[in-house]
Design a protein around this ligand. Structure first.
Ligand SMILES: [Zn+2]
Length: 139
């Protein structure tokens, strides 16, 4: 029984349900919640306040252009998301196509980039703005 308690320490925090907080499952991301995550600095998976650094989980392409769809998360939450949803259900993480390789990056800050009218893809993105470090993916 005591092991049960200890194991909880490494688990993502409360608020995790069948889908990430910022997700509408097959429908992709919940726009209102994405904005809420950005403005309130809460985690896109568990909806709790973020610490620094924050972690972004996305495709290689997102990492390359420094623009992530999914809101910032805790590191443990990003790892939980990767294991639980990302690999088998990329739509729930805001992906419209299969993801060949997921990337997890840590950063101490980010900018929330709202789409401009000219853009075809009108989803907001998150741009890490400092000390980006790629993290190893959990097994
Ligand atoms: Zn979290």
């Amino acid at each position: 029984m005591e092991l049960e308690g200890e194991r909880m320490i490494d688990q993502p925090r409360v608020g995790i349900g069948a889908i990430p907080f910022a997700s509408r499952g097959d429908l992709g991301l919940d726009k209102m919640r994405v904005v809420q995550c950005a403005l309130s600095r809460i985690c896109g998976v568990c909806a709790q306040t973020l610490d620094r650094p924050v972690v972004f989980l996305g495709s290689e392409q997102e990492a390359a252009r420094n623009a992530f769809w999914f809101p910032p998360t805790h590191r443990s939450c990003a790892e939980h998301a990767l294991r639980t949803w990302a690999r088998d259900w990329p739509a729930s993480m805001g992906q419209r196509e299969p993801v060949a390789r997921w990337v997890m990056v840590a950063t101490s800050g980010f900018e929330f980039v709202r789409p401009t009218r000219e853009l075809v893809d009108r989803r907001p993105t998150f741009a890490p703005n400092s000390l980006v470090e790629e993290l190893p993916l959990p097994a």
